[in-house]
Design a protein around this ligand. Structure first.
Ligand code: CAA
Length: 259
């Protein structure tokens, strides 16, 4: 499909989605949202696609935030009546397949928030993360105050939200926001390799592993462990469980059915 502000292409079983407004440091406007919603829906619906990678075009930015030039035009009532930013919250809420954010530069405000919607973040050494909305007289609106706090804890989340400062990739990895930091020129290779590894896993098990880790943020330990045990037990009924364990015993590669 042809998009105006993003690109999306299937590379084998991996969908690569690129935010593509480099002249605005990939700032996130209403068109980006609509196109990302379409690209995620297409990825989720395509049985040949098993993992996605989202990155930013150019060398400078993943996304430098929600588009300030779009927001500056709006009346307060517009934000409320449109329930502004709710579409971003919904964008990936129902995506059951795994996806990775490959952060290649600035991930600020909404950019940091989109990266945090991913199942995990792989960052280039150049990446910079922050929630600088306070400097514009506002606060995060796409989940930053909630997801950042869950990822890095209160102290650092308060520090970032209240001072508006950026944190580099090394600090972000130390704080638990980022899964891996890689040299800038290897970012896409590393992200695609990780995505291909995931895409090579039995798909139902991948979806359930994702669901379980996500559930840990919403439940008590006992409820979460019960949920985990039940889903483990349900996976034992799949053809891929039988194949995976048999292949291990026979010392051969598994041939997944996706069922
Ligand atoms: N919205 C709209 N345009 C943006 C933008 C944004 N968030 N960020 C950068 N741009 C535009 C700039 O206006 C500039 O455009 P022009 O060439 O037409 O002037 C172009 O991208 C290049 O940016 P800079 O010249 O500023 O580049 P720089 O290297 O000097 O600085 C930067 C880079 C530090 C990231 C700086 O651009 C910046 O501070 N951007 C804004 C960051 C920000 O405040 N993000 C939060 C937005 S609010 C939000 O996201 C709310 C939410 O919770 C969802």
């Amino acid at each position: 499909m042809a998009y105006e502000t993003i690109t999306s292409e299937a590379r084998g079983a991996v969908t690569l989605i690129t935010l593509n407004r480099p002249e605005a440091l990939n700032a996130l406007n209403t068109t980006v949202l609509r196109e990302l919603q379409e690209a995620f829906a297409a990825f989720e619906a395509d049985d040949s696609q098993h993992c996605a990678v989202v990155t930013g075009s150019g060398d400078k930015a993943f996304a430098a935030g929600a588009d300030i030039k779009e927001m500056v035009e709006k009346e307060p009532a517009d934000f409320f009546l449109e329930d502004f930013f709710s579409g971003w919250n919904d964008m990936t809420a129902k995506i059951r397949k795994p996806w990775i954010a490959a952060v290649n530069g600035f991930a600020l405000g909404g950019g940091c928030e989109v990266a945090m919607m991913a199942d995990f973040i792989i960052a280039s050494e150049n990446a910079k993360f922050g929630q600088p909305e306070i400097k514009l007289g506002v606060a995060p609106g796409m989940g930053g105050s909630q997801r950042l706090t869950r990822a890095v804890g209160k102290a650092k989340a308060m520090d970032l939200c209240l001072t508006g400062r950026m944190m580099d990739a090394e600090e972000a990895e130390r704080a638990g926001l980022v899964a891996r930091v890689v040299p800038h020129d290897q970012l896409m290779d590393e992200a695609m390799k990780a995505a291909e590894t995931i895409a090579g896993m039995p798909p139902m098990a991948a979806m359930i592993n994702k669901e379980l880790v996500d559930a840990s943020f919403e439940t008590t330990l006992q409820q979460g462990m019960l949920h985990e045990r039940r889903l483990f037990q349900i996976l034992t009924a799949t053809q891929d469980k039988a194949e995976g364990m048999q292949a291990f015993v026979e010392k051969r590669a598994a041939n997944w059915k996706g069922r």
